[in-house]
Design a protein around this ligand. Structure first.
Ligand SMILES: [Zn+2]
Length: 354
């Protein structure tokens, strides 16, 4: 066996060894040859974004690469059961770790893979995003693990969670951050095999440089975290531009929307309900600020009026209602207030205090 062949075998072994550390992801074929992978959470400390493989006769495009190399390896093991074609393109939707920390797995397996992100996302990944994650990795998560270790010492039921949490911290600490080598501003067309893929940005939305993928022939939209099923995560977003981006997306001819988290959607109901929530929060948030209310007072004043819209999104499940109130209403309203105070920068905003 040549040295190169031996190296390839060793590499594949190491990928499948890593994959064995994670349960197989669930897979959903959202259109012929377009498969969404969802991975289980890491104990009680982390969640991956969805990862989507677009298979063609000349290679595979992967949209988002999970939050750890091990999760990406588990997804890659599934992709290998679908096709012998190499992964030629990766698109990372935005800078949040749960959508790109697994990229190294693909680059090791396919050294020629091209990695695409918006130009602002690449800039954030290369510095500010890593700084944003640092306190969690170096201080908060280790402290949490210590407290969990103490509780697990007298409660065996916590042992499995503790192992998962340790694994997560180990993965994130040792990840080799793998940055995009192809950037775009508002549009990048990729022709791969029989498919045409549009990588698009419609302005600042959940982050300064969101990338989403539109397959016009297949009428499939891979939307990243521009909306999340069921509740959109509105931390550090750009309220007015985000609404405009969703309005433009609503005009696209689409049968299936794959969100950054949660099951795929086969209509625009959640997209439109989220748009309606944004409109109410922008309008009523502005009025509340003019009346002199703080953002938190505005939330309490506006929230009851959102009840019917909330139920249409959450199905009135209490825990999901709670997420709706905090992650969508509270965080979006704080950014509405920030925006009214002056133009928002591309810097990552702090999490509002609870
Ligand atoms: Zn996410």
């Amino acid at each position: 066996m040549s040295r190169r062949a031996l190296l390839t075998v060793l590499l594949l072994c190491s990928v499948s060894l890593i994959a064995q550390n994670r349960p197989a992801p669930t897979k959903t074929e959202v259109a012929p040859g377009i498969v969404m992978f969802a991975t289980p959470s890491y104990g009680d400390v982390g969640l991956d974004g969805n990862s989507i493989a677009v298979v063609t006769r000349d290679g595979v495009l992967v949209f988002d690469t999970n939050g750890t190399p091990a999760a990406a390896a588990a997804v890659l093991a599934e992709i290998r059961t679908l096709t012998n074609q190499p992964v030629r393109w990766i698109v990372n939707s935005h800078w949040h770790w749960d959508h790109w920390y697994g990229t190294e797995t693909y680059q090791r397996a396919f050294p020629d893979v091209r990695i695409v992100a918006h130009e602002k996302t690449r800039a954030l990944m290369m510095g500010p995003a890593l700084e944003f994650n640092r306190p969690g990795l170096e201080t908060m998560l280790p402290a949490y693990l210590k407290s969990l270790e103490q509780r697990a010492a007298t409660n065996a039921a916590l042992k499995a969670t503790l192992d998962e949490d340790r694994f997560f911290l180990d993965q994130k600490t040792h990840v080799r951050h793998t940055f995009p080598d192809v950037t775009f501003n508002d549009r990048l067309g990729i022709d791969l095999g029989e498919r045409h893929v549009e990588v698009l940005n419609y302005g600042r939305a959940v982050t300064p440089g969101d990338a989403f993928v539109y397959l016009p022939k297949e009428k499939v939209l891979l939307i990243g975290d521009l909306i999340v099923n069921p509740v959109t995560f509105a931390l550090s977003g750009y309220p007015t531009e985000w609404l405009h981006a969703l309005e433009r997306i609503d005009a696209l001819d689409v049968d299936t929307i794959v969100t950054g988290h949660g099951p795929p959607l086969h209509d625009k109901q959640l997209l439109r309900a989220t748009i309606d929530v944004f409109r109410v929060l922008l309008r009523d948030g502005k009025a509340a600020k003019e009346k002199g209310l703080t953002a938190d007072q505005a939330k309490d004043a506006i929230f009851p009026g959102l009840h019917d819209l909330m139920v249409s999104i959450t199905g009135d499940v209490p825990a999901v209602n709670g997420a709706f109130k905090q992650q969508l209403v509270d965080w979006y309203l704080h950014r509405v207030y920030d925006e009214l105070d002056g133009p928002l920068s591309d810097a990552i905003a702090a999490i509002p205090p609870q």
